[in-house]
Design a protein around this ligand. Structure first.
Ligand SMILES: [Fe+2]
Length: 272
């Protein structure tokens, strides 16, 4: 596994996360009635408006609704319509890890470790092929351990697709990262880890474990209502998360959501 670190400037610490775009093979794709291309454009336009200076963007998976190659090409094209800053991605359960890793494009996001001054952001693959839940293969945990061992002087953010802790909704908590115990046991050995950040749950979530911030981020399309045992669509708007990563290892974060739009969404759907 490649452990190369991509360098950006040491003074750059504004970091943007988008997640769960669910783009279809065609631009007409909808999720529960919502056109996912349209909502992605709306979120990127919001970022363009709110973030005059950011340094790096990451998408934490479920870029495609069903892993079609043209979804990934279109996603990259759309992002580049708005931004020239570097961005990276990691796969979600709806994605095709092999297509994502084999696309031969010059602008392909390849970094799995992002150097942001005093911070290092490590991207992990938690996908189990053809399953909705997550699990880290041993090779992925080994990669994380190598990166943590090789970077003792960095503040660390770890990003993945699946939630490693229960978020409080039974229907989606069955699709948790199954071997989170092994993951956290490793993090416990490395106090430089400051935050674990994911997507998948389509909602804002903030918690803490042993001094490590645990954070989930809204989708760029449909939102899932927190603390619901049955699948429930939320009326909240699509959005993104921003981070200010401070040199001392502290961080400030928040979410922004699209305003002034009305989408046609099937709020009564029993699933997606
Ligand atoms: Fe997902």
């Amino acid at each position: 596994m490649d452990v190369a670190v991509v360098k950006t400037g040491v003074s750059t610490k504004r970091f943007i996360q988008i997640s769960d775009c669910h783009l279809g093979p065609l631009t007409s794709e909808t999720l529960l009635g919502l056109n996912t291309d349209e909502s992605l454009h709306d979120v990127l336009a919001l970022i363009l408006n709110k973030e005059p200076r950011f340094d790096y963007m990451v998408c934490t998976g479920d870029i495609a609704s069903a892993g079609h190659e043209n979804c990934y090409r279109r996603f990259i094209d759309i992002v580049h319509q708005y931004f020239s800053q570097p961005f990276a991605w990691l796969p979600g359960n709806h994605d095709s890890t092999s297509i994502m890793s084999h696309l031969s494009l010059p602008e392909l996001p390849e970094s799995r470790a992002i150097d942001l001054g005093n911070w290092l952001v490590i991207l992990l693959d938690s996908v189990v092929p053809f399953k909705v839940h997550g699990n880290f293969e041993q090779s992925e945990l080994d990669y994380l351990e190598r990166m943590l061992t090789a970077n003792p002087d960095k503040h660390i953010m770890v990003m993945l697709h699946h939630q490693p802790v229960l978020v409080g909704s039974e229907w989606i908590d069955q699709y948790i990262l199954r071997n989170a115990d092994s993951f956290f046991a490793m993090l416990d050995r490395f106090p430089a880890v400051k935050a674990v950040v994911w997507g998948h749950v389509h909602q804002d979530f903030n918690s803490e474990r042993n001094g490590v911030k645990l954070i989930a981020t809204p989708s760029t399309c449909v939102q899932f209502k927190p603390n619901c045992n049955e699948f429930t669509v939320d009326t909240l708007m699509p959005g993104y998360r921003w981070f200010d990563l401070n040199d001392d290892g502290s961080l400030v974060t928040g979410i922004e959501r699209v305003t002034g739009k009305q989408y046609i969404i099937d709020y009564k759907s029993a699933g997606y």
